[in-house]
Write a protein that binds this ligand. Sequence first.
Ligand code: XMP
Length: 507
Amino acid sequence: MQEKIVILDFGSQTTQLIGRRIRELDIYCEIYPYNKFPEDDGSIRGVILSGSPFSVYDDKAFKIDLEPLSSRYPILGICYGAQYMAYAAGGKVEPAGSREYGRAHLAGIREGNPLFEGIAEGSQIWMSHGDTITAIPDGFEKIASTESVDIAAYHVKGKKIWGVQFHPEVYHTTDGTQLLKNFAVGICGCKQDWSPASFIETTVAQLQQQLGNDKVVLGLSGGVDSSVAAVLLNRAIGSNLTCIFVDHGMLRKDEFKNVLHDYECLGLNVIGVDASRKFFSELAGVTEPERKRKIIGKGFIDVFDEEAHKIKDVKWLAQGTIYPDCIESLSITGTVIKSHHNVGGLPERMNLRLCEPLRLLFKDEVRRVGRELGMPEHLITRHPFPGPGLAVRILGEITPEKVHVLQEADDIFISGLREWGLYDKVWQAGVILLPVQSVGVMGDERTYERAVALRAVTSTDAMTADWARLPYDFLAKVSNDIINKVKGVNRVTYDISSKPPSTIEWE
Ligand code: XMP
C-alpha cells in the first residue's frame, strides 16, 4: 500500500504547490476539497490544511470538524489552516494591522521542536495573509516569530499538531522544503519511497485489475501526456489498447509521419487517420477563432468515434488527463474551475467508461514516468501544442496553402531552436501567420507578401508566461532563413507580449 499525506484544500492558490513540494520529497500525497476527507485504507500518515482566500471569522469561511482528524493524524496547518485550528480551539484571529505580505525572517525558534529541525534563526520565509493570530489558546505554544508577526508558528503541546502562518511551499521560503520534510518524514514517518518506478508498478497492477480483458481506445495527440498514458496502458494490457491518432491537417511539418513512426517503435497498436480533407472543407471560409475551435473539436470527435466503432466491444476510453486538469480548485465563490478540454463530450457520446491513469500526476512527474518507461527524450520534452494546431496560428481563413507556408516557417524556427540549444530553455514556441501583407524588395523586385510573427515564451504552467529573451543573433538567422526560404513571406516580427494581458496563442 502506498502511504500518503492528505492535503485538504481550503481554496488557496498555493495548494497545488504544497502537493508538488511533498511529491518532490518522493512522498506521495493527494489533494482533496476541504470537506471531502477520503476514506482511510490505512495509508494516510498525516494531514496538511492549506491556506484560503477567506478569513476564519468570515460567514462564508470553509469550516470542518477538526476532532476526527486531530485525534488520528499528525496535522500541519498552513496560513488559514493554522489560523483556523487556533480559532476553533478558542484562540484569537484578527485583521493584521498592516497586511502581512512578503519576505520576513524567523526569530525565537523553540529549540528542539521537530518542525524546525535543521532550520536556523534568521531563515527567510514568505508571508501572505490579511489576518493574524493575536492569541493562542491554552495548550498551544509559540515556537517561532518574525520581525512583525509574534505567532509565526505554534505547536499544540503533547499532540502532533503544528501551525505556521507563513508559506513553506513557496520558493521564497528558503527552508520551506526542509520544514515540509520535517513534518512528513520526521513527524509523520513517511519513507520517501514514491518514485516513477513505484508509480508504474502500482499503476500497471491497478490497470490490469480495473480493465481485465476489456478493450480500450485512446486518442493520441503527439503530446507528452497522451503518449505516456498510452505507453503505460500498453504495458498493462498490451494489444487490448488501440490508439487513434487523427491528422486534422494542421499539425507541424512532417509531424504526423514522425510521431506515428515513434509510436510504432514504442510497440503501440496505433491507427493513424488522415482526415485533413474533411477538416479543410469544414473550415473553408471560417475566420472566427472560437468557430474554428468548435469545428475542429467536433470533427475530431466524429473521426475518433467512427474509427473506434470499427473496433469490436470497446468498453473504455483512456485519456492523458493530468492532476492540474482535475484538481477541483475552490474559487472565492466556491465554484469549480476546470481547464478546457479539446474532446469534451466524447465519453458521453461514445458511452464508454473513462480511464485516466495519469490523473494524479503533475507534469514533471509525467515526464519522469515517461523516461522510466524508456520513451525517447524528444517525445518527453516536446513543447505543448494546442489541440486545434496551426489553425489557431493562422489568423483569418485557413487554407492548405497557408498551412503549408506556416509549416515551413515554423519548421525553420523550431529546428533553429534545437540547433542553437534553445529548445529546452523555452516553454513553447511557434510561428503565427498574420493576415497582413506588406511591401518588401527582393533583388530588383518589389514584393507584396505575408508577414509572420515568431512567438517563444517562458513559463512554468502556461497560466502566466513571459516572452523569451532569445539572442539577437539567433533571431537574425531565423528571420533571414524564413524570408529567403519560405515563398510568400517577406517580413518576420517577434512577439514581445507577456501573459497576462496577452495569451500565448494569438487566437
Ligand atoms: P493561451 O493561448 O490561453 O494558451 O495562453 C495556454 C496554453 O494552452 C494551449 N492552448 C490549447 N491547448 N486546445 C489545447 O489543447 C486549445 O484549444 C488550446 N488553446 C491554447 C497553448 O498552446 C498554451 O500551451
